[in-house]
Design a protein around this ligand. Structure first.
Ligand code: UDP
Ligand code: MG
Length: 324
């Protein structure tokens, strides 16, 4: 069993969370009594348009352990967490959501696991409180992801709520990737990992800040950045369809040369208008589909090649410039 960590950093990405923040402050300050003396909570404002920044500044005024990184606009959840990872200094780093769906009380248990020698402790969502459709979508996504990636033990149903050792944080920060799917990178990075089950609560207040489009973006980042299977799928489907059309062609040639047996079977030669149209439409569809797949990869290559930063920091509150 290791000693308790000397310092702890907690990363909280916040996007229009004015309704949840007061309770978040309260609950974290309460559980922080069990945390190492030297802790910091780094809140990332991801371009909120409500009073989020104001509340965070006030909190920093009340308690300087609360620090704020203000991004120049909304860059998305993954970018906000990355900004946090670059900023924090703790020996162990926890990542939680601002909407209290991830209970801050659990961080203590995550630290216990770290003391047992694990470098990555991720929380596994046992029960979700979201609607059935969203739950079904999550269920399918994680299983699809697991079956398509090369990561041996891609953890199912675990989000970004986790505790990372300094070593892991440094590895993650050093990744040059821009299309970040952190839970994937985290699994990919290896080290000693373990999961801890918890019940995911419903959102404390406000609407989910992940719109359907953003979720879809996250899911496709996950799939396309961690798997080449969709590309391979294209050649596979192409192969199967070509085989079928070759068989079909053979059939028609034989039928043309020896029409007799086919006529007896009740298969006369008819001008196959419907069949032609169906074939053309089908092949057109498949081609477009896989053009789309290639487009997804191309778009990711394009983003990486441009090399633009993943986020821009507008201001830091309570963080000395000397820290990275
Ligand atoms: N979030 C963010 N930027 C965004 C969307 C969300 O920083 O563009 C934050 C949000 O404030 C919350 C966390 O990411 O702390 C998770 O968002 P949400 O609760 O909407 O996601 P869900 O729990 O539905 O997956
Ligand atoms: Mg949430």
């Amino acid at each position: 069993m290791k000693e308790s960590p000397k310092s702890l950093s907690v990363i909280v990405p916040c996007y229009n969370e004015e309704e949840s923040l007061p309770t978040l402050f309260e609950r974290i300050e309460k559980v922080a009594e069990d945390w190492p003396e030297d802790y910091e909570v780094v809140c990332i404002d991801d371009g909120s348009s409500d009073r989020t920044v104001e509340l965070l500044r006030e909190q920093n005024g009340r308690n300087p352990k609360w620090k704020v990184v203000i991004l120049s606009r909304n860059f998305g959840h993954q970018a906000a967490v990355s900004a946090g990872l670059e900023t924090v200094t703790g020996d162990v780093v926890a990542i939680i959501d601002a909407d209290l769906q991830d209970p801050p009380e659990l961080i203590k248990d995550l630290i216990e696991k770290w003391r047992e020698g694990f470098e990555v402790v991720y929380a596994v969502r046992k029960k979700r409180k979201e609607g059935i459709l969203k739950r079904a979508a999550y269920f399918c996504f994680y299983r699809l992801m697991k079956s398509m990636t090369e990561i041996e033990d891609f953890p199912l149903d675990s989000g970004d709520f986790s505790l990372l050792d300094r070593k892991v944080v440094e590895t993650l920060v050093a990744f040059p990737e821009k299309n970040r799917f952190l839970r994937g990178l985290r699994a990919w990075s290896g080290f000693r990992q373990t999961g801890l089950e918890y019940e995911r609560s419903a959102r404390f207040a406000g609407e989910p800040k992940y719109t359907f489009r953003k979720l879809l973006g996250l899911a496709s980042d996950g799939l396309f950045s961690f798997s080449g299977v969709p590309l391979r799928l294209a050649s596979f489907a192409g192969l199967i369809i070509s085989c079928f059309s070759a068989l079909g062609a053979l059939f028609f040639i034989v039928q043309k040369i020896y029409p007799g047996p086919f006529r007896e079977l009740g298969l006369p030669i008819v001008p196959g208008f419907a069949a032609t149209i169906v074939t053309i439409l089908f092949l057109g569809g498949v081609q477009l589909l896989f053009l789309g797949v290639i487009g997804e990869y191309l778009n990711r290559i394009y983003t990486e090649v441009k090399g633009r930063p993943e986020f821009l920091v507008a201001e830091k509150v309570g963080i000395e410039e000397s820290s990275p």
